[in-house]
Design a protein around this ligand. Structure first.
Ligand code: ATR
Length: 484
């Protein structure tokens, strides 16, 4: 059959690394895949380098691309988020017909996805914002996919996406997340959790390096050991790999050659902004985003590094702490802080879902994040079990398994926070996660004082613990209390 006659069930627009890897993944799974890129050079490169891997239908124009898709047409956009995505959606929508499906596989802001879905549905087109995680390798060999949009569009698109996703015990790491922006919202929080996860790993590394005085090679071995237990995860595994890498030019550990200013593309920041609006404390993700921002403020750091007073610092030796014990404690602190960050991320998803009426099932997330994505981990199996046995769980921290794990980690976690503080080493997520946890545990919080202060300067009123109603103290008068 010539290309002119053959139609593809799926097409990919935008053939940079992620787009071409995704197209190749579809081809590897036996699907004919239509491919189009604004500049034809990338399309030619894909066909000349990988055309023999499957059935590709290269198109030179968007019209030719649309004409090469079987109905309902399904086109996945893999271009830069923002204006480029809007431009491509417009071109596709103009060339498509009722019932066709446009999928945005990039990291779009979920509010953009909600807007685009509304616009396209008024033109009788389906729009699916699909979060795709797993980086270049995942796109090629099996990512985790988080599609939003209508249930009708998922019925037609789902089997294709599921066929290219990662699988765990035959279960695809792809499921319909919920209407309009649900998929991109969930992907955004996934990325936020990823920031927190990377930061807690970074804090553990930093303590082993600068408190325990271990070499990157030694720390790599510790992470490999941890990866054989409860902390078994992609991020811990690659940390062990990164730490044993030696720079070819200098012979030094690569981690010592890399500039310590972390970049960010914005999904972590979005997660925190959305959490602020929802009123959900995602302290782990927030501290991780701020830690990246601080590391990247080179001007400020050049001015402050080595300049600010430290007070008298201690060492592990001064404190009589043995290295082996400290390593065990750091492992426990990492695990506990990580659990807090995940728990907060799930809280945000629950709140976002309630706010937008998405009906997102947290069990689905724990299921599809078990493989393919960057935060894939054995830990996700535990989270899945927690939601399986108690779908309405108020907080992951209340699940019996995690409660026991926290109890087991508590003393070590407290010791690490104290020791790091005595040694003057920064632990933004270890420390703030412990404070968050202690706040949740507390029966009384200083919020009572804050309410009284608010009443003092702004007559904002307060509630009493002993009877219903709103009350105000006449602070500038005789300080008697009146019912508001
Ligand atoms: P990467 O970082 O992997 O290069 P990216 O920058 O997110 O990927 O996306 C680049 C892709 O977006 C390219 O396919 C690019 O097309 P060109 O190869 O022609 O540059 C595509 N892209 C960017 N802006 C676009 C636009 N306004 N219309 C169509 N495609 C666009």
């Amino acid at each position: 059959m010539s290309n002119a006659e053959k139609l593809a069930p799926i097409g990919v627009v935008g053939l940079a690394v992620m787009g071409s890897n995704l197209a190749r993944n579809f081809a590897h799974k036996g699907h004919t895949v239509a491919v189009y890129n604004r500049s034809y050079g990338k399309t030619e490169a894909l066909i000349s380098n990988h055309g023999d891997e499957g059935d590709f239908l290269p198109a030179e124009t968007i019209e030719e691309f649309v004409a090469s898709l079987e109905r309902p047409r399904r086109a996945i956009i893999m271009v830069q988020a923002g204006k480029a995505t809007d431009a491509v959606i417009e071109q596709l929508a103009d060339a498509m017909e009722e019932g066709d499906i446009i999928i945005d596989g990039g990291n779009a802001l979920y509010t953009d996805t909600i807007r685009r879905e509304a616009e396209l549905s008024s033109r009788n087109l389906h729009f699916v914002g699909a979060g795709i995680s797993g980086g270049e390798e995942g796109a090629l060999n099996g990512p985790a996919i988080m599609p939003g949009g209508s249930a009708e569009s998922y019925a037609s698109l789902g089997p294709l996406l599921e066929s290219i996703s990662a699988h765990v015990d035959g279960v695809p790491c792809c499921t319909h997340i919920g209407p309009d922006g649900a998929g991109h919202f969930v992907k955004m929080v996934h990325n936020g959790i990823e920031y927190a996860d990377m930061q807690v790993i970074g804090e553990a590394y930093h303590l082993l390096r600068y408190a325990a005085g271990m070499t990157p090679q030694e720390i790599s071995e510790v992470f490999s050991e941890w990866n054989a237990g409860d902390l078994d995860s992609y991020l811990v595994e690659i940390t062990a790999e990164v730490l044993k890498q030696v720079d070819a030019d200098t012979g030094k550990p690569l981690v010592d050659i890399v500039v310590d200013a972390a970049g960010q593309k914005g999904t972590g920041r979005w997660t925190v902004k959305a959490a602020l609006d929802l009123g959900i404390p995602v302290t782990g993700i927030g501290e991780a985003v701020f830690a990246r921002a601080l590391s990247g403020d080179r001007e400020m750091r050049a001015a402050t590094s080595g300049e600010l007073a430290s007070g008298s610092l201690r060492s592990l030796e001064d404190l009589g702490i043995k290295r082996e014990d400290f390593i065990d404690d750091v492992r426990a602190a990492l695990y506990a802080s990580k659990l807090v960050a995940y728990s907060q991320g799930f809280d945000e998803i629950k709140a976002g879902s309630a706010e937008h009426g998405w009906n997102v099932d947290p069990r689905d997330l724990a299921t599809i994040w078990r493989d393919g994505c960057i935060i894939r981990a054995k830990f996700l199996d535990r989270i899945r079990e927690a939601y399986d046995s108690s779908p309405e769980l108020t907080s992951l921290l209340l699940d019996p398994y995690f409660r026991a794990e926290m109890e087991h980690s508590m003393d070590a976690w407290r010791r690490v926070v104290v020791t790091a503080t005595q040694l003057g080493l920064p632990i933004p997520v270890f420390g703030s996660s412990l404070s968050y946890y202690d706040s949740l545990r507390s029966s009384r919080l200083p919020a009572a004082l804050i309410q009284a202060q608010r009443d003092y300067f702004g007559a904002h009123t307060y509630e009493r613990i002993d009877r219903p109603g709103s009350f105000h103290t006449l602070w500038s008068g005789d300080r008697s209390e009146v019912e508001a």
